[in-house]
Design a protein around this ligand. Structure first.
Ligand code: IPE
Ligand code: IPE
Ligand code: MG
Length: 240
């Protein structure tokens, strides 16, 4: 049987290379990336995934050439307007995770509108990490806990994180053949299974998603325990 992860997180990497291979501007790759994201959301919902978290723009991506950054900002605003009705119809609830300070008013209005419009949906939660960095999240959470004057521990810090509304990711996928995390979900991926795909993000399709899910199904998640402890527990629960 294929065990489907409850929460899948994806570093959608490789749009620029996809465009360069076709002698297109990098922004054309990002546009194709939106098409790929639409396909991935649909496929996850069909497979019974409960939460999909995607990395759309990192805190560090501001250092890209100005044309690319502004191209990404307008594409994001356009995609928001176009995709929300479809996501709404498909029962997808959207959350935007990241620093909103520094984003344009138009973008923040679009983000808030999308969150409001989809707030009562429950088929799939879609977290879009935008102007997000794992280090930013840890620091903002620590500041919140300090301001509340409560004890600083794993529970209080976790509750203050920007992803506190969902369980930690079971599977983190990175496309684009790079073997790194690039400041994504540093806190939350402590025990996630990792899957690195050679595909560039615009080429990431249902079959590749299924390969990642199959690979996840073959992993033994020990969370620090031994393999024997896990099988003993499984034997005991079979008796219930
Ligand atoms: C990922 O694709 C999308 C964003 C960072 C916004 P890239 O733009 O990093 O594509 P490559 O890695 O240059 O191919
Ligand atoms: C990670 O990709 C960020 C997103 C996918 C949004 P990058 O392309 O920015 O990562 P690096 O710079 O290669 O590590
Ligand atoms: Mg990249």
């Amino acid at each position: 049987m294929n065990q489907v992860p409850h929460h899948i997180a994806v570093v959608m990497d490789g749009n620029g290379r996809w465009a360069a291979k076709r002698c297109l501007p990098r922004v054309a790759g990002h546009k194709q990336g939106v098409v790929s994201l639409r396909r991935c959301v649909k496929a996850c919902a069909q497979r019974g995934v409960g939460v999909l978290t995607v990395f759309a723009f990192s805190s560090e991506n501001w250092s890209r050439p100005i044309e690319e950054v502004s191209g990404l900002m307008s594409l994001f605003a356009m995609a928001l307007a176009r995709e929300v009705p479809r996501l709404q119809a498909d029962g997808v609830r959207m959350h935007f995770v990241g620093e909103r300070l520094g984003l344009s008013e138009r973008l923040v209005a679009g983000i808030e509108g999308a969150e409001r419009a989809t707030a009562s949906n429950s088929r799939l939660i879609l977290n879009i990490c935008f102007n997000y960095g794992g280090r930013w999240d840890i620091v903002q959470a620590a500041k919140k806990v300090a301001a509340q004057g409560i004890a600083m521990n794993e529970t209080t810090l976790n509750a203050a994180m920007a992803m506190a509304h969902v369980a930690d990711p079971d599977l983190v996928i990175r496309t684009g053949a790079e073997l790194r995390i690039s400041n994504f979900l540093l806190w939350q991926s402590a025990y996630s299974e990792l899957y690195f795909s050679e595909r560039l993000w615009p080429e990431f399709d249902e079959a590749e998603l299924d390969l990642a899910i199959q690979s996840f199904g073959r992993r033994e998640r020990r969370f620090g325990k031994t393999s024997d402890q896990l099988s003993t527990h499984a034997d005991l629960s079979a008796l219930d």
